[in-house]
Design a protein around this ligand. Structure first.
Ligand code: SF4
Ligand code: SF4
Length: 440
């Protein structure tokens, strides 16, 4: 298949990165790629989707990777899998010899192994310059579920209408569920046997980078997990504090130990981000430290400084995020900065995932979450914006009858974006400028 044909098919099928911010996959693919990397590192504690898909759909994923390598004319495909994902490693080892362009790379169980830039360095030794994208070093990184969606489109003519979501924590039956895009979190909780307590909070996404959600929130093409947690664990308490409180704390107790910088995964790879300097400038109102503030653009919000590194329970990440948002709103652009060499102590400063899980108070919830299909639903509401790029424009109206897989929204002409499809068959009951609701 030609690269342009593949790109058109993926845009039409609605394929976006299923493991992160949801960048439209067709726009990532390039004939400049030398290396295609499968991201089976699942950065976030408690999420299980990627390792389970690598076991359940091994052939599809290997074949999808081989096709990507061939279509882009790349030299090789690397399957990057964490060493603790034993079943996934065994399954891939058993099948990989049939695919001459592919090789396996076993990753350490550290956080954030799945960060694109960290992953590229670990698997190829190349460093993506700060503020640039992986293709500048000849790499394209794809998530496991994304490759499955690519395979399904090319070999089964299936558009993206389902999402795999791990439901874990205080539920009766933790599970990874394949559900229609557009169901509610409440629907997922019901499928997981209900919540075991009245006193809980929920995070959509992982404990490090996810956000607090409610039962009414919707599953989109990028939803990876729903975690039902006690209100007193750090991933909840830190998110519930006000930014004002975080600033006051920084002013009172930041000891300038610089541990947040010493363990920052991007700083260790040579980026200019130095969270302890940012905290010092912010806490002391140092208005002449312009470079320090501008360097906040190079923080990728992995959360390690806030959830693990800081012994004073401070939140550099939250404050950096707030500052970055302010800079963007003011029209400030990221500065150009040269990279430093990779820190020679980088290997010693990696954070083991099991220690992170304990630090977060999540070890009781790190249990099996069997994979199963639950693709029926009575109602779905499909947001018109589910990925980076332009929101879709609806191409159905209230009262229309639609079939599962039918296109119901298209991106505006010539803009970055992918098509949106009905995830169940039924009647369109509402179309707004935000979403389309279908009832079966
Ligand atoms: S780790 Fe905490 S106390 Fe130390 S410099 Fe960073 S924010 Fe301050
Ligand atoms: S969140 Fe903290 S540790 Fe992560 S990239 Fe930003 S500054 Fe570094």
């Amino acid at each position: 298949m030609k690269l342009d044909e593949l790109k058109n098919a993926l845009q039409e099928a609605g394929v976006v990165g299923a493991g992160g911010a949801g960048f439209p996959t067709y726009a990532k693919l390039s004939d400049q790629a030398e290396t295609v990397i499968l991201n089976c590192a699942e950065c976030e504690p408690l999420t299980k989707v990627d390792r389970q898909l690598a076991v359940q759909y091994t052939k599809e994923i290997l074949s999808g990777m081989q096709m990507l390598v061939e279509c882009m004319g790349a030299k090789e495909g690397i399957l990057a899998i964490k060493q603790s994902y034993r079943a996934a490693l065994e399954a891939v080892k058993a099948g990989i010899s049939d695919y001459p362009s592919l090789r396996l790379h076993v990753l350490q169980d550290v956080y954030p192994a799945g960060d694109e830039v960290v992953l590229i360095y670990e698997t190829t030794g190349r460093v993506v310059p700060q503020g640039k994208i992986p293709i500048v070093v000849g790499c394209v990184v794809v998530n496991v579920e994304t490759v499955l969606n690519i395979y399904r489109k090319i070999h089964r003519q299936t558009n993206v209408v389902t999402k795999f979501v791990t439901v874990a924590g205080l539920v009766n039956h933790p599970a990874t569920l394949e559900v229609p895009v557009g169901v509610t979190v409440d629907h997922l909780l019901e499928l997981a046997g209900g919540v075991t307590t009245k006193d809980y909070e929920m995070i959509m996404g992982g404990p490090m980078t996810g956000r607090i959600c409610t039962g009414a929130d919707l599953v989109t093409k990028t939803t990876k997990a729903i975690l039902v947690l006690p209100p007193d664990v750090p991933p909840i308490t830190k998110r519930k504090r006000s930014v004002k409180h975080d600033v006051r704390n920084a002013m009172s107790v930041c000891s300038q130990c610089s541990m947040c910088t010493s363990l920052c995964p991007r700083n260790l790879l040579g980026s200019a981000i130095r969270p302890h300097e940012f905290m010092r400038a912010l806490a002391n109102g140092l208005t002449d430290q312009v470079d320090t503030y501008l360097n906040s653009f190079f923080c990728v919000s992995c959360g390690l400084c806030e959830m693990y590194s800081c012994h004073q329970d401070l939140s550099p990440r939250r404050l950096l995020d707030t500052y970055k948002d302010g800079l963007r709103a003011a029209g400030v652009k990221p500065p150009e900065r040269a990279m430093k060499p990779v820190d020679p102590l980088r290997d010693e400063r990696k954070v083991p995932e099991h220690r992170l899980v304990h630090r977060l108070g999540l070890h009781p919830f790190d249990v099996d979450a069997p994979l199963r299909q639950e693709t029926d639903a009575r109602q779905v509401t499909l947001p018109l914006r589910q990925s980076i790029g332009a929101p879709c424009l609806p191409c159905v109206a209230q009262g229309d009858t639609v079939s599962r897989g039918q296109i119901i929204g298209r991106p505006p002409k010539d803009s970055l974006g992918v098509c949106l499809h009905a995830s169940i068959s039924g009647n369109v009951t509402e179309v707004t400028d935000q979403a389309i609701t279908i009832c079966s």
